[in-house]
Each structure stands twice: as structure tokens, then as C-alpha cells.
Design a protein around this ligand. Sequence first.
Ligand code: NAP
Length: 346
Amino acid sequence: MSEKTKVGVLGATGSVGQKFIQMLENHPYFEVTEVAASERSQGKKYRDAVNWILTSPIPESVAALEVKKCEPSLDCRVVFSGLDASVAGEIETDFARAGYVVVSNSKNHRFDADVPLLIPEVNPDHLGLVKIQPYGKGAIVTNPNCSTIGLVIALKPLVDRFGLDAVNVVTMQAVSGAGYPGVATLDIYDNVVPFIGGEEAKVESEPLKILGTLLKDHIELLPLKISAQCNRVPVIDGHTETVQVSLKRKATKEEIIDAWRTFRSVPQELNLPFAPQPAIYYFDQENYPQPRKHRDLGRGMAVSVGRLRECTLFDWKFVVMSHNTARGAAGGAILCAELMKGKGML
Ligand code: NAP
């Protein structure tokens, strides 16, 4: 790993794009050599084009870069995409065709049969799909929706040990998930908005692919019933989800907690830079997890779980909390690229 891989960020001026720039500063595997965005930003220095909303300063090495057009003539091997979904699909395909490895946060390619919908701790084997993509040295790998990621990391140890029949989830999602400027103050202050466009369909469908089985040329979906209700709440970062599950086999409370506390996977074994150790924190305190207290655990990459108790409708219920722009967006995508680097795919 002596030489750093050159990476570009598409949509570098957006909320997710900025988080990429922040999280990639001094990364041991990757060096940001290119930033690209819309016509509005092209030709400007990054520091002049971006409305930087994060609390740490813009990394010096990126501040002076010129913002380029999102065309596959960038000097890098990997592009991280935080592009608006209205343009992401086509631009990402163009880059893959031109031989770039694309790791995307956008929804456009998530359900393409030959594209992995990847959570490195959950389905690292799904990277096998890249071999059947028609892009030669190029590839497209996608990162799931931010609520899906926290939920599925918490479900994975249960699927492996006890099997899963049904899931009911209610989300309380942070405002940073809506980008910037996002939800108007007068809509969210002193309020809860019980609707996030397209979100419930994503949370009900994406886990089935992520937890599915890799076959020769596609993923066989996990047969699992999921019902989701998604709400926007006045929290800045960190999505909280209350979850009810029915298991295939009976489990005790101690067995379930042990499944979470001992969960380790390929990123932890490979000691990848962004792999949280542990991946899941289980809290015994009756009023944990909470977004303000726990969202930064494992540099925002760990998932916090608590309040496991028996459920009168399902078997068990509990609370999950994870950082939506770190684990749920930029950090999750960077971990996907670290896994590809670790497996010699870059
Ligand atoms: P955003 O703040 O609106 O940023 C969008 C980015 O796309 C900007 O850099 C913008 O550039 C660029 N862009 C827009 N139109 C373009 C065009 N025609 N050509 C080239 N670039 C263009 O959005 P976001 O919240 O960061 O979300 C980005 C993507 O990530 C979305 O697909 C979203 O669904 C997904 N996502 C977001 C989150 C989250 O927590 N926010 C989590 C997971 C996934 P300019 O600044 O130059 O206009």
C-alpha cells in the first residue's frame, strides 16, 4: 500500500461531496487529485465554488484544485460520486466505460443486476459481480441508502445466527440527509415531518439485495418482509430507527446481544482504515443509543444498538442509530473502495 491511489470526487461541492473531501484528508490509501461538479462550479477554485458547511476547514490540498466538468478525462483511478440523482446514472456509466472505478452514493445503479449494493461488513462477496460488468478496467459499485445501512448492519448478525422472517422499522432521520439547504427551518423546527420522498421504498427493498445470495450473474434476493415508516426530525446528524423483528429460530436476549457484540467481518479482519472496531456497539443503558452522544463512535462508522426487549407483536424490538453522512454516505463509500484496494481490485 505504499503508493496512494488517485481519486476524484464527482459532485464535490454538494453535502455528500464535502463529506468525501473531509473524510479523505490524509487517507492512507487515497489522495484527492480531482474535484468535479456542475457548470455553476466549473473553472473555479474549489474554495470559491463550494459553500463549505462542515466544521473542520477545507483541506489545503483540495481548496486550490480547479473544479472540473464531470467528464471521464480526470487524472485519477477511482471516482467517488455524490452527484444529484437526476444526472448521476449517465455520468457514472460514462466513467465506468472509460475505465474508472466508480463508487456511488446515488440511487441510479443500485438495482442493476451486475452492480453490487455493498456494505463491506455484510456482503463483501457481492464484489464478485464486478467481474461480469462490461467495463474492462472500469466498474460501478454502489453504497446503499443511509437508513438502510445502519439497519442492515444491525440485522446481519441476526440473519446469520437465527434467520429472519419479518422486520418493521420506523425511522427518525436527521436533516443533513436532505442535503443543503435541505428542509426549511419553518418546516422542521419544533416539528416532525412524517414523509421523506422515496425513502420507505428504499428501506423496504435494498436490504433484500444486500442480504441476498451471489449467483453467477446476479443477486438472489433474500425472501424477507420489511415494512418501513420514515420521518424527518430536528437532529443535525444521525438517523435513529426503532426496529421489530421476527426470527426463524428462537433466541434468548443474551444470544442476540452476543451476536451483535462479537460481530466482525472482512473489513475488521483486513484492518481497513475506516473499519470500525467494533462494528456494532450494544448499550445496556435503558435510554441509549442517542444521536448526539453516539453518532461519532468509530469516526462515525460504527452502528449503535440498544433497548433490546421482547415484543408483543414480533419476537424482539430494539433501537439502532448510525451517522447518516459518515457511515450512511461518504464514509461507507470510502470503506467500499478500501475493500476493493484490499482485494487488489484497484
Ligand atoms: P447536493 O448537496 O444537492 O449536491 C449535489 C452535487 O451534484 C453538487 O456537487 C452539484 O454541483 C452536483 N450537480 C448537480 N447537477 C449537476 C450536473 N448537471 N452536472 C454535474 N454535477 C451536478 O446533494 P447531496 O445531499 O450531497 O446528495 C448527493 C447524492 O447522494 C444524491 O443522489 C443523494 O440522494 C445521495 N445521498 C445523500 C445522502 C445525504 O446524507 N445527504 C446520503 C446518502 C445518499 P454544483 O454545486 O456545482 O451545483
